[in-house]
Structures are given as structure tokens and as C-alpha cells.
Design a protein around this ligand. Structure first.
Ligand code: 4AD
Ligand code: MG
Length: 477
């Protein structure tokens, strides 16, 4: 007999004579009631064991974490909390779980403890919910772009270029560490390496993505990216997933429209498909916030916050306006910021971004037209000669969730910029070709997938929204 998913059993519209379910025991009480979960839903199905006719030996093996198979009748439940339950006629232990040793006890565990057990934490309610939401969000991303006719492009993971020009890359090499081949002047001789040149893990698929946009019109990437920045924060991962759309003939305003529409779509899609999980996560967040001082608690519950993003336009503010607001702000005047904003040109720290979003505007904000010298080389220079057509989207509780720009499509201006920044033209010959042959206005952005999952799940540490986080000093599993 084929087993039926717990989700389908709970959604059944009628009682059923004989069903089979397989899953893992969450709890077993009174030697009679098993709460069984198979990951298809946050909800467990109650399985009622006929303990008088079940051998003592078997009953002892029904422990938290054990994998079991139950067969029986799906009947209306007499107990509160569920519509249906299984009256078990046959029970099989598929895999024992030593109750004393199984780390996921039916009690509250700290998030730190769960991180150390990332291979088992997914068996808890919270992590099951987070990972299902993550999966549905990923589907929403593809659905959005596919329905709009974007082409999904798989840009390379191993690259020879530094897309962001920030130099925070993991090297990829097959050279030995001892006896490393050297050139005459003592440098590592990458000509003898696997690819015959220096390579690294990609920090962004943008540059390759641009070449495809200049042929296919609208493209998007969705893949892993890597940054060797030593940022031990609740917002940074060394390996994270990024979504990067790139659109020919879009200017910065079109780019902002796309980003806003896209974010609202994927949130709405997920709210429709993950009601039980989001309701659970909302409760979890409320519970967690009880231990915080009033001032640190969020003003809105999770679903209310998500609805707020759907119903309100993102506030579009230029960098110059933002600097004026920050300069006049109370924390700046009272020197509460770690970095005091004195003049135009200052790079914004996350404390400033959070002030703008959480205290000043109280809604998602799109900052645009940043000073050229704090942004990447490929951004389009404005007529003022000092700002570029960059945009960052800032979210409450998250900070930067999107970074993007209109690209510099003018060959001469781009080359001059690269020269000024010491970026090797020969390395990027293929990128410059897009500006040589049929160049056109185009724009794109990158959305950090985990930051989106953070926002939607209401979690506060990015390590808790990716299955196996990679952070400085940590690559377990
Ligand atoms: O702002 P970033 O660096 O932009 C780019 O990489 C551009 N090439 C994107 C483009 O225009 N196609 O990164 C984009 C987003 C950030 O806004 C943030 O959400 C996320 O990627 N991000 C990270 N997420 C987790 N951990 C990190 N270390 C991240 N660094 C960036
Ligand atoms: Mg950025």
C-alpha cells in the first residue's frame, strides 16, 4: 500500500477505510497518542494506538524521532485540535531513535543549539516551516520571471573576474600549497594552474548576465554566490543565493518598478501558499519578542508587516535627500550614531539605513543616485558627473535587501572609469564588447535571497534561513 502524505490526510474531505502514513514521531503520550509529522505540513496527524493489543516491546520503541509506518482507519477525531486522526491497526517501526540521545527533544531549544545541529533542526516545527517557506519563495521567483518571459541564465560559479571590484573572493585553485609553481619574480604562476589563469568563486553573475540581456532582452539568474568578507553579522553569509534580473532598454526608474513589483509578487505568492507555516512563524516571533524590552519589539506582527509591504509603495529617496535627513536627525546631532554624518559623500552604514527605514520613513525605502566613488565601476554616471544611477532597497529589520543600477552603456565613459579604478581592461574584454557592439541602456539588480527569507519568516539571524550556513570559522556539514 502506498503511503499518503499527512497534509493530504488532514485535508481529507471524508473518513477513509484504510490509509497508510509514514513519518517521524514528534511525541507519544499516555502510551496511546502519537503526534506524527512527515514534513509535508507543520501540522502533525494524531495516530491512536490500541495499546492493549500492541506488544510492550513495540510501544517502547515509539520514541521522539523514530521513523514509523502506521496503517489504519482515518476517522473523525474526538479530541480538540484536529479534524481527523488515524485509528492504528498496524504499526511498524522503520527506524529507532534513542530517546535519551536524540538531540531534538520535545521542548524549546535555543537557536544557537539548533544551529549546531543543523542536520536535525529541520525536524523541528520552526525549521520545517522556514525551509518550506524558503522553497515556495524560490518557486515564486521562477514563476514571476517565467510568466513575464524572462530567460533563466546559469552564470558560471567559477570566474576569472571580480564583478563587484571589491576583491572579497575565494580563490579556486588546483595548485599544490607546497612546491607552488612560481614565476621568475617569485609570484604564484597561475599559468600552471588548472585553468591557466587566476580564478575565484563568483561574487555575482551580473557581468555575464549583462551579456545575455544584450541578446535575450530580459534575463534572470538565481544561484549561489560567495563572498570572503569577514563580516560576522546576522545579515552576512559567505555563501548565499542571489537573484539577478537584467533587462535591456530599462532605465533606473523601470528597474525600481521591476524590483518593487517582483518583491510584492513573491511575498503575496508565499502568503497564499504558506498560510499554516506563516501563522506558526508569526506565533514564534511573538513568543520570542516577549523576552525583549518593549522598545525593541516590532510594531507589527509578521503577517501585518508582510501585508504592509504589499499595500504600500516603497518610498523613493535620493542619496542627497537621505544625507540631509540623516544630518538633521536626532541620533546624528546627539552623536548616537557610531559614524556621524557630516557631509555629502559619506558611505551609509547599516545604522543609517535602519534609521531611515525604521524611524524616519517607517516603510521600505529605495535610495538612488549615490556618489560615484562609493559604488561599483559599472554604474551609469549622471549628468552631474559625481553621482551614479545606483539604487539600494532597504527593508525594516533587514537593511539592504537589493542592490542594483542602470549600467554604464557608453564605451568611452566605462573605459575611463575602469582606468581610474585600475580595473584591467584586458581581463574584461568580453564585457567591454557589449558596449562596442550594439550597446544600449540596460539595468538590473541583485536581491539577496536569504535576506528575503529573513523578512518573510520573521527570523532575525541569516544563519537560520539557509539549510547549512557558511560563515567565518564555520563550514560544518
Ligand atoms: O549589493 P550587492 O553587492 O550587488 C551586486 O552584487 C550586484 N552585482 C547586483 C546586480 O546589480 N546584479 O549584492 C546584492 C544583494 C544585497 O543587496 C544583499 O541583499 C545580498 O545581495 N548580499 C548578501 N546576502 C547575504 N550575505 C552577504 N554576504 C551578502 N552580500 C550581499
Ligand atoms: Mg550592495
Amino acid at each position: 500500500m502506498k503511503h499518503t502524505k499527512v497534509k493530504d490526510l488532514l485535508n481529507s474531505t471524508k473518513t477513509l477505510h484504510e490509509v497508510n502514513a509514514k513519518g517521524w514521531v514528534r511525541t507519544f503520550r499516555n502510551n496511546q497518542f502519537i503526534a506524527l509529522n512527515d514534513g509535508s505540513t507543520i501540522n502533525n496527524i494524531q495516530c491512536v494506538v490500541d495499546f492493549e493489543n500492541t506488544p510492550e516491546e513495540t510501544l517502547k520503541r515509539i520514541t521522539t524521532g523514530a521513523a514509523i509506518s502506521v496503517t489504519g482507519e482515518l476517522v473523525e477525531s474526538k479530541g480538540a485540535g484536529q479534524k481527523y486522526e488515524i485509528q492504528v491497526s498496524k504499526l511498524e517501526i522503520l527506524g529507532d531513535s534513542d530517546a535519551e540521545k536524540f538531540p531534538m527533544q520535545p521542548k524549546k531549544h535555543s537557536l544557537e543549539f539548533l544551529r549546531e545541529n543543523a542536520h536535525l533542526r529541520v525536524r523541528t516545527n520552526a525549521f520545517g516551516a522556514i525551509m518550506r517557506v524558503r522553497s515556495v519563495l524560490a518557486h515564486a521567483v521562477h514563476t514571476y520571471f517565467q510568466e513575464k518571459g524572462f530567460v533563466y541564465v546559469n552564470t558560471p560559479i567559477i570566474t576569472g573576474s571580480d564583478a563587484e571590484g571589491a576583491g572579497e573572493m575565494f580563490k579556486v585553485t588546483a595548485l599544490p600549497f607546497d612546491n607552488t609553481p612560481r614565476t621568475e619574480d617569485g609570484k604564484v604562476n597561475y599559468k600552471e594552474d588548472f585553468f591557466g589563469k587566476e580564478t575565484n568563486l563568483t561574487v555575482s553573475g551580473q557581468l555575464e548576465g549583462e551579456t545575455f540581456a544584450m541578446a535575450l532582452g530580459q534575463i534572470y539568474t538565481f544561484g549561489p554566490t560567495f563572498r570572503a568578507e569577514n563580516s560576522n553579522t546576522s545579515r552576512h553569509l559567505a555563501e548565499f543565493w542571489m537573484i539577478e534580473p537584467e533587462v535591456a532598454f530599462n532605465d533606473l526608474d523601470d528597474n525600481m518598478d521591476l524590483a518593487e513589483d517582483f518583491i510584492q509578487y513573491v511575498i503575496k505568492y508565499t502568503m497564499d501558499k504558506c498560510q499554516d507555516d506563516l501563522k506558526f512563524l508569526e506565533g514564534r516571533l511573538l513568543e520570542e519578542e516577549k523576552s525583549k524590552p518593549q522598545a525593541d519589539r516590532s510594531e507589527m506582527a509578521l503577517l501585518e508587516k508582510l501585508n504592509f509591504v504589499l499595500e504600500n509603495n516603497f518610498k523613493r529617496v535620493s542619496y542627497t535627500e537621505a544625507i540631509d535627513i540623516l544630518r538633521e536627525s536626532t541620533p546624528n546631532k546627539k552623536k548616537k550614531f557610531n559614524y556621524i554624518i557630516n557631509e555629502w559623500g559619506a558611505d551609509l552604514q547599516s545604522e543609517h539605513e535602519r534609521y531611515l527605514v525604521e524611524k524616519h520613513f517607517k516603510c521600505p525605502v529605495i535610495l538612488f543616485d549615490y556618489p560615484a566613488n562609493i559604488k561599483a565601476f559599472y554604474m551609469r554616471l549622471n549628468e552631474d558627473g559625481k553621482t551614479v544611477r545606483a539604487m539600494d532597497i532597504l527593508f525594516p529589520g533587514i537593511g539592504e535587501i537589493v542592490g542594483g543600477s542602470q549600467r554604464e552603456e557608453r564605451y568611452d565613459v566605462l573605459v575611463e572609469k575602469m582606468k581610474a579604478l585600475g580595473i584591467d581592461e584586458e581581463e574584461l574584454w568580453w564585457y567591454l564588447d557589449t558596449r562596442r557592439f550594439g550597446s544600449a541602456v540596460h539595468s538590473g539588480f541583485g536581491l539577496g535571497f536569504e535576506r528575503l527569507v529573513l523578512f518573510v519568516t520573521g527570523m532575525s539571524n541569516i544563519r537560520d534561513v539557509i539549510p547549512f550556513p557558511r560563515t567565518p570559522q564555520n563550514a560544518e556539514f
